[in-house]
Design a protein around this ligand. Structure first.
Ligand code: SF4
Length: 453
């Protein structure tokens, strides 16, 4: 019996080296015990794997690597023997992963899926609290992941909050970003994290004011924000009370004021983390009596710099298509579901990243304000993020586009693709056809907006 010992529970590099050695020595999966340093689970009778730095790399499909990156972060102890067993079998059957009826393939896929869900929840539900120390502002978050996902997620937080100093505390491991490098620290307890900061008061006021009993769907709300995470979210402590009062309360969704005043408020918005890396809030623009309201996803790189919606390549294409459809853009109100640019830094390039459901939900306050003040005849949703913001659910654009859709409050809506979709089509004939379809849908939406007068 041999024993392979990993440095930490999600040590993919350690697993890779050990598995390589074990494969080279032709060690059967049931003759290899897997352990993690410090967990005391190692068999005393097992011999450590001998070091074999020159062990050849096995041939594995890319999909195995993707599965392993996720599955190794699962808390289930069987993940390591399962991954090794699959690796051994892949040497004889390179297409094994295509067989979803295989119990091991199925088991590893399920482990990976659970980690992927947990990773997503961490991205959505981590809340940083602002503190001050000798180095200046320091943002600290407490989070309890189900699986070993902090290392897996760390690149996401670094990209998102590269310019800030922050620390994420979890029970088994903590990470501190000093603005230059990541430092791994021991696990912490909830008491090590600040419980409240000045920003939380704004969150709570915002959440209470946006809470609309007419839209209350407790099950959907709990699915979107599972109870386990409530205790880390400043807004969550209001939920039980708000639910209890829901029947009796009415909420005026209009804070009052003009569109210009609402825009001025939005310029200082910090309700979600997207304001950090972005240059500025990009609010909607257009006449206040517009019959047609066009909603995109979020500002892009050029919009972020210019402070105006739809001025980049997708916006220029939209302008051309609107003109072809006989629509005067200056008579429409154009805005986005999310008002700050979300991106990943790759070198010096800022690469667009779609907003997630929590960010769309956070920014819906501003979209609701725009709609309430404009009262357009029709809201034209460009793409899935706009659809989610307006319809309050995930949409499949291909299935729902091109026809009137009633919004949850009864207003007229219409869904089509985002012009950036047209820019991504490589085949010229397909691009022409899709562009024509888009123009036809713009024309149909504009006609409906006028009818709704
Ligand atoms: S994306 Fe929207 S909710 Fe988030 S900070 Fe910007 S304006 Fe506020």
């Amino acid at each position: 019996m041999y024993r392979a010992t990993l440095a930490h529970p999600a040590d993919l590099d350690g697993f890779r080296k050990a598995a390589r050695t074990a494969l080279a020595l032709k060690i059967a999966p049931d003759a290899l015990d897997w352990a993690v340093e410090g967990d005391g689970a190692a068999l005393d009778l097992a011999s450590p794997l001998p070091p074999m730095p020159d062990a050849p790399a096995p041939r594995v499909p890319r999909h195995y690597v993707e599965l392993a990156e996720l599955a190794i972060c699962n808390r289930a102890p069987e993940r390591l023997p399962l991954l090794y067993s699959l690796l051994v079998r892949l040497q004889a059957s390179p297409r094994l992963l295509e067989d979803r009826s295989d119990p091991q393939v199925d088991a590893v896929s399920e482990l990976a899926k659970a980690v992927s869900r947990d990773r997503h929840k961490m991205r959505a539900f981590v809340r940083f609290r602002e503190t001050d120390d000798e180095g200046g502002k320091h943002y600290i978050a407490w989070f309890e992941p189900t699986h070993h996902i902090l290392r897996l997620n760390i690149g996401f937080f670094i990209r998102r909050f590269a310019a800030q100093r922050w620390t994420i505390l979890t029970p088994e491991l903590s990470a501190h970003w000093d603005g230059q490098a990541i430092h791994w620290l021991p696990g912490a307890t909830k008491d090590d994290a600040p419980t409240e900061d000045p920003v939380e008061a704004i969150w709570k006021t915002y959440y209470a004011s946006t809470f609309n009993p007419a839209r209350l769907k407790v099950k959907a709300m709990q699915a979107e924000m599972p109870k386990k995470y409530w205790r880390n979210l400043p807004e969550a402590e209001l939920i039980p009370e708000l639910i209890a009062q829901a029947e009796a309360r009415t909420v005026d969704m209009i804070a009052g004021g003009t569109l210009a005043e609402v825009k001025a408020q939005a310029l200082g918005c910090k309700l979600c983390p997207l304001h950090g890396p972005a240059t500025q809030t990009v609010f909607g623009e257009g006449p206040t009596d517009a019959r047609l309201m066009i909603v995109g996803e979020q500002p892009g790189d050029q919009e972020d710099l210019a402070g105006r919606p739809f001025v980049g390549p997708a916006g220029q294409l939209l302008d051309q298509c609107l003109a072809e459809a006989g629509i005067d853009r200056s008579r429409a109100y154009v805005t986005n579901a999310v008002k700050h640019f979300k991106f990943q830094l790759r070198g010096r390039r800022r690469i667009h990243e779609s907003p997630n459901a929590a960010e769309i939900q956070a920014c819906r306050w501003w979209l609701d304000q725009e709609r309430a003040l404009l009262k357009p005849g029709l809201v034209l949703m460009l793409g899935a993020s706009a659809g989610r913001a307006l319809l309050g659910r995930a949409v499949t654009v291909g299935r729902e586009r091109g026809r009137p859709i009633k919004l949850p409050d009864g207003a007229a809506g219409f869904l089509t693709v985002h012009p950036s979709y047209l820019l991504r089509i490589e085949n010229a004939a397909t691009q022409r056809a899709e562009r024509q379809r888009f123009v036809d849908e713009l024309r149909a939406a504009a006609a409906l907006a006028q009818e709704a007068r």
